[in-house]
Design a binder for this molecule. Structure first.
Ligand SMILES: [Ca+2]
Ligand SMILES: [Ca+2]
Length: 432
């Protein structure tokens, strides 16, 4: 009998064993496979580009992650041993985050390192929230900089709280599950720094430049005698009644009937949300006239909102700019009585051209959107405070939280609101 032939029974056993292994692998991977093959559910996932990294004491190194799929936001909680390595921020940017795929994400909204709650543990956690302006690329890579502190080893593992967000094909927002921590990890081994005999430790003290005599301390010229205080001639006989040309300017009482649209609100919401407060500013282009009011906009059937504002004694020969700041929205500057935009939120303008007449003035601004995301208490910017509030109140039905965080006015704070905010983040600031 040839040496390598096996008895039939062993063949059978091996075959069975193989089947069991394959079945186990399939069972384990089933959720990923389903995600992967489900057409309507573009899977988004993340992984470390390297499983094992070796660094010398004192070295800086990168932990690199790759994201597959069109990610819109990634909230990563990364655990590691703070005794072995530390997060290394660039002194200029105060950030350890860099992108291999440049400009895909805006600067991190959250980037902080916290200690473990267990005082005896040396574990630390990096909390990173990065958000994409576009969410359009299928494969992206970014780096997190660390410095090796002492000889040892540490795993970098994702905490269960980590989440990745993206859009479904219909544009709605979803969070995608990340691989389990047992899969999503990388190991870093820190070894003794290599000291080649030629490079003696460089302790050459750099000469500190001796302070030059401060040239900026030149004596400031003593103030000249104030020429403006020329004595005013005491009794200039005023000509009796010369009507100034300004008095001839036409003025009148105006009523603005304004139609607007809110980002993410496509139809009339439930009765509890049909009155929308906004601050409206009417400002003459030459700045000679300015009025401001809180206006309530009422929901119409077609997703439009109508607000009315009566203003007395308005100069009618000027051109005007309107500013509208919704309750949960970025301030929009509007220069035209009937503004339009190709892409939602993109309308911008420089100089106001709105003309007013005495009586009713229809301003149809419903072909542009007010961008949502600067939630109360408003500060003129969409930033981490706004994002984290919405994120932390997912599923909330409490009226206080809805009043702040429900951007599409459907009565719940959820992923839809997050995605609206993420879309608006592209614009980020109040217009002025
Ligand atoms: Ca804000
Ligand atoms: Ca909502």
């Amino acid at each position: 009998m040839p040496k390598f032939a096996m008895p039939k029974k062993r063949h059978l056993l091996l075959g069975l064993f193989g089947l069991v292994v394959i079945a186990a692998i399939l069972w384990y991977m089933a959720p990923y496979l389903r995600n992967f093959f489900a057409g309507n559910d573009p899977a988004i996932s993340a992984e470390f580009t390297e499983k094992d990294i070796t660094a010398g004491v004192g070295d800086e190194f990168n932990i690199s992650m790759q994201i597959a799929g069109k990610a819109v936001a990634f909230e990563l909680y990364l655990n590691y041993d703070g005794d072995i390595v530390e997060y290394a921020r660039d002194p200029d940017t105060n950030s350890g985050f860099t992108q291999v795929t440049t400009d895909y994400f805006i600067d991190p909204l959250i980037e902080e390192v916290t200690d473990s709650e267990d005082l005896n543990s040396t574990q630390k956690q990096l909390h990173l929230l990065i958000v994409s302006q576009t969410g359009q690329l299928d494969a992206i890579q970014f780096n997190l900089a660390f410095k090796a502190l002492k000889v040892g080893a540490t795993d970098f593992t994702k905490d269960e709280k980590s989440m990745i967000a993206g859009k479904n094909q219909d544009g709605s927002a979803t969070y995608f599950e990340l691989p389990p921590a047992a899969v999503l990890f990388t190991n870093v081994t820190v070894v003794e720094a290599e000291i080649s005999p030629t490079t003696t430790p460089t302790f050459t003290p750099t000469p500190t430049p001796s302070p030059e005599p401060d040239a900026t301390l030149t004596p400031t010229p003593s103030p000249e005698p104030d020429a403006t205080e020329t004595p005013t001639p005491t009794v200039t006989p005023t000509p009796t009644v010369t009507p100034t040309p300004a008095l001839l300017a036409k003025r009148g009482d105006v009523k603005l009937v304004m139609n607007i649209k809110l980002q993410g609100v496509t139809r009339k919401p439930a009765d509890a949300y049909i009155r929308f407060p906004a601050k409206v500013i009417l400002s003459a282009t030459d700045n000679s006239f300015k009025k401001e009011a809180d206006v309530i906009f009422d929901a119409q059937d077609n997703g439009r909102w109508e607000g009315k504002w009566e203003i007395k004694d308005v100069p009618l020969d000027l051109t005007y700019t309107l500013f509208i700041k919704g309750q949960k929205h970025l301030m929009k500057k509007i220069c035209d009585a009937n503004p339009k935009e190709g892409i939602s939120g993109q309308y911008t303008c420089n100089e106001g051209t709105v003309k007013l007449v005495a009586g009713e003035n229809k301003l149809d601004m419903s072909n542009i959107y007010l961008l949502a995301g600067d939630i109360p208490v408003q500060d003129g910017i969409i930033n981490a405070v706004d994002v984290v509030y919405v994120r932390n109140n997912f599923g909330s039905l409490s009226s206080e939280k809805i009043a702040r965080g429900d951007l599409n006015l459907d009565g719940i704070v959820d992923t839809q609101d997050m995605v609206l905010m993420l879309k608006a983040l592209e614009f980020k600031y109040d217009e002025d």
